[in-house]
Design a protein around this ligand. Sequence first.
Ligand code: DP6
Length: 362
Amino acid sequence: MGPIYEKTATSPVNIAVIKYWGKRDSVLILPTNSSLSVTLSQENLQSKTTIRASPDFKKDRLWLNGVEEADVTKNKRLQNCLRETRRLRKEYEKKLCEEVGAENTIPLSEYNVHICSENNFPTAAGLASSASGFACLVYTLAQLYELPVSDTELSKIARQGSGSACRSLFGGFVAWEMGSQDDGSDSQAIQVAPKDHWPELEALICVVSDAKKGTSSTEGMQNTVATSPLIQHRIKHVVPERMKSMTEAILKRDFRKFAEITMRDSNQFHAVCLDTFPPIFYLNDVSRAIIRVITEYNSSNESGELKAAYTFDAGPNAVIYAPRENIPEIINIIAKYFPGDIDNGNEYFTDPYHLFSGNQVG
Ligand code: DP6
């Protein structure tokens, strides 16, 4: 029996406030617009991955939530992430050989790996499991290979697993800059502000349905880019300005501006889905009722301040951002209007994202 090398790490989920929707290169996963997200705390939502490498392993193998994937060679996105991290390891091994000699350099890049990954939340719940999953895969590989590279460099590899995964390499508020190079060398994630910059902000997740979504993000955005005239307007005339205003709102902790842009961007994303031909529907009646209730809640406030912001990804579940002081009131309102609709009425939870403390090696 040869030696086994092992690392474990966890990664958080992120929820976009300016949505990524559309690719200009579907192999390298280069987006048609920049996006911005908030990373949630790992307490309630995280992926955990253990990777082992050994000269004895006959092939690469993957277990997802305890179930082994039949043929990992068919999983192109996983292969891309493995290939890129192995390439960096190989470069590093060359350097190590020069510095400490070949006899002191472990050729990890040549060993097969066994990957075991699980989420502490239902994968089918439409809660960005691919984002935390691929971020965790790449981060754990980088730890195992002891790669001397920054998280922004790693984000370019995680991006090739799932676009939104690049943003889960960081805590706090994170931008995915779309970049302009054809090779993707400048399409990367950067931290806009750290997790403790705005500790009062919380995210409330309302699981409207944990059924698997009808149209996957990958397929949906491909159809949108191919058929929607509205997406072109969004890419050219809406998102660039919104990225600037949103960054400003975050840096100034201006909840009014943050909330308005968040809701407008969620609305436009779903408008673009409706403008796709044939149309894609992610929101259901309960989602739309949540939009009405939050709108009513905001307009009932005499000071004119916004008190909460909703956003929806490629599914019916709502994420509500609000200052912490408003959360108990919002939970009461949701419980009152949706007694049986939201995951049997008792399984929404608040997620103080500021508890997130970066990717941790377990
Ligand atoms: C609506 O990152 O899941 O959640 O790159 O094809 O894997 P692929 O898509 P994915 O798309 C996420 C879309 C979104 C918006 C967002 O997270 O920005």
